[in-house]
Design a protein around this ligand. Structure first.
Ligand SMILES: Nc1ncnc2c1ncn2[C@@H]1O[C@H](COP(=O)(O)OP(=O)(O)OP(=O)(O)O)[C@@H](O)[C@H]1O
Length: 598
């Protein structure tokens, strides 16, 4: 994993700026910077959870509150040090997030944000109603954080602690997103079927992200409690949660730096508005909420990408001479990832036995049986609606079977999940391409090698995954060379023409080192020359011992390519045989080729 020099320079310059800034700020400025740092920590969690992971939370302030009250309670009632309070705050907040996440994160659509409002409100109401937490009066006399004998009492002392933690959280997030785990997080918006095809459970990934965002909120809560030395319910209510979301959106919910920019933007303008509104009206306090609501709506209408998206756009325009296409990946030289031993010729790879799939009254797949042996290319063909894609979805575990059995390498996979089947060595492409448009070509393929690595959130975020990450990227580059897309490593996948996106999906599948490659209409949208290149690639893969099952409508392409064909019609198997046998069969001509005898 190569950290780009520019990112290092930007980070160092940022750190120097933060170090030197107090020289130019008064007491008020330093206190404001402390609030910005605390807000930025929460907003950073939201950038990961909402901006990258696609799960909107209106309840982050409640997590800030859980951590703040935990440390406040433990340090005032049990005389624990603030550092023990930090440990407890992180543990309890993460546990709360885990429990709430398990209950709510499976909710789809608008129900998830609605549920975050519900638990956000409930938790903040709890703070105001529990005697042990001081009800609405809160908890006072919280001890300061101490470093040895030095108590961090002044805003300037807290400034350095707060911004050290903000820097570490930023670094963690930066490394995390550039890793194996980060590619999976960035693919969350592509849906659970895409993630399962690379061996991941979307719910588990979202849950880990939810807990990570809660831990960032916990850091903020701990800092808040020991900086103010007092906690009460109102800074952790729904209103505060909306403010944190506003910070993330204003800065740019798709950018880590957006958390800093957004927190600064919201808190500085809030101070400014608080100064100006009393001059306009005696009810300035109420007007503030209205002004912020109006700002939120304007932002959602005209600048959803936030401030950083404008900065990124300008940067792209000013760097047009150094386009992504001209950057090249340099292989790391790490030893390559280990590969599966090739199967002996004739080994049975797949066996489909009397499989039935009904959708209500419709029998989409009706008692279909066939086998695929190692090193074969088998085509599954049939007219539109014959049940081919349903058959693919049954084999790969996307759909459950109504009847029948499927074995892969002799193991019964009838009731295995898509993720388990993918992990056994079945890789696939999709009829409707499933790529993340903004993800680079190199990363898109590296996602396929996901199951060949093991670094999780913590190892990746701490930057301890470099060797593995290099090997995964080298593997992705090797597959790009194989399909002739080297040179476009850093082009966003969505910028490729549809035909090349299909080929890119094949490279992603190959990066997993599969036993069986299942291709759903790979030649659709390809030009004649591209089809020839694809056919050559598939023949080469067969020569290397890979087994391929392919659905394809282009008869010319498929007839020249495959060893055997299984023809389906109205959900049932019509015939199985060599391309010559299928071509000559009268039933096939009637059903599939419209009786032309092509
Ligand atoms: N999730 C579903 N719910 C209900 N019916 C479905 C579902 N998926 C597929 N079908 C129906 O099952 C039948 C087979 O569909 P399938 O997509 O498997 O056919 P196909 O051979 O892949 O067609 P095409 O070549 O057009 O992709 C069709 O009648 C389709 O409408």
């Amino acid at each position: 994993m190569k950290t780009s020099l520019r990112s290092v320079v930007v980070f160092i310059l940022g750190a120097l700026f933060i170090l030197g800034l107090p020289w130019f700020l008064g007491k008020f400025g330093i206190s404001l910077m402390n609030d910005i740092g605390i807000g930025a920590l929460v907003a950073l969690g939201l950038v990961l959870l909402t901006g990258v992971g696609g799960a909107t939370s209106f309840g982050q302030a409640a997590f800030v509150g859980v951590a703040a009250y935990t440390t406040a309670y433990l340090t005032t009632h049990f005389d624990l040090s603030a550092w023990m309070g930090l440990l407890a705050a992180i543990l309890i907040t993460a546990t709360c997030a885990l429990i709430i996440g398990c209950i709510t994160l499976r909710l789809g659509g608008h129900f998830l944000p609605l549920s975050t409002i519900a638990w956000g409100l409930s938790i903040s109401l709890l703070f105001g109603n529990m005697d042990m937490l001081g009800r609405n009066t809160g908890i006072t006399n919280i001890p300061p954080v101490s470093l040895g004998n030095v108590a961090l009492l002044s805003p300037l002392q807290m400034y350095y602690l707060i911004w050290l933690l903000v820097g570490l959280a930023l670094l963690f997030s930066y490394y995390l997103l550039r890793s194996r785990a980060g590619r999976v997080i960035r693919s969350l918006r592509g849906g659970s079927v895409l993630l399962a095809s690379v061996g991941e459970d979307a719910f588990v990934v979202r849950l880990k992200l939810f807990v990570t965002a809660a831990v960032f909120a916990a850091l903020a809560g701990w800092l808040y409690a020991h900086m103010n030395r007092f906690v009460s319910p109102s800074p952790f209510d729904l209103h505060a949660s909306i403010n944190y979301l506003l910070m993330a959106i204003l800065g740019g919910v798709g950018f880590l730096s957006g958390a800093l920019v957004g927190a600064a933007g919201v808190l500085i303008s809030k101070n400014y508005i608080q100064d100006v509104l009393p001059l306009v009206s005696s009810r300035g306090g109420q007007l503030e909420a209205i002004v912020f609501s109006a700002l939120f709506i304007l932002l959602l209408h005209f600048a959803r990408g936030g401030i950083m998206s404008f900065v990124a756009k300008r940067k792209r325009v000013s760097q047009q001479s150094v386009t992504a296409d001209k950057k090249r990946y340099q292989p790391s030289g790490e030893p390559p990832l280990t590969e599966r031993a090739p199967l002996a010729a004739g080994t049975q790879v797949l066996s489909v036995d009397g499989v039935v799939r009904r959708f209500g009254g419709l029998v989409a797949v009706n008692n279909v049986s066939f086998t695929v042996t190692a090193g074969e290319i088998v085509g599954l063909i049939g007219p539109n609606g014959a049940g081919k894609s349903t058959m693919f979805n049954l084999i790969t575990g996307v759909l459950g079977k109504t009847e029948g059995r499927i074995h892969f390498l002799g193991e019964d996979v009838t009731h295995k999940s898509q993720r388990q089947i993918a992990r056994m060595g079945v890789a696939r492409t999709f009829q409707h391409v499933k790529l993340r448009p903004a993800m680079s070509v190199l990363d898109s393929v590296a996602l396929g090698a996901n199951m060949r690595g093991s670094a999780g959130f913590i190892r990746s975020g701490l930057g301890l995954n470099r060797a593995e990450e290099n090997r995964i990227l080298d593997q992705a580059y090797k597959q790009l060379q194989r399909i002739g897309l080297e040179g476009s490593e850093y082009t966003p996948a969505g910028k490729l023409p549809l035909g090349l996106q299909r080929i890119l999906e094949i490279a992603r599948a190959l990066a997993s080192d599969p036993v069986l490659l299942i291709l759903d209409e790979p030649a659709a949208g390809l030009r004649k020359h591209e089809k020839e290149v694809l056919a050559t690639l598939l023949r080469q893969l067969k020569a290397e011992g890979l087994t391929i099952l392919i659905v394809e409508h282009d008869m010319d392409f498929v007839m020249k390519l495959v060893d055997r064909l299984v023809v389906m019609n109205f959900g049932a198997k019509l015939i199985e045989g060599s391309p010559q046998q299928v071509r000559a069969d009268k039933k096939v001509q009637d059903a599939y080729l419209g009786g032309t005898g092509e």
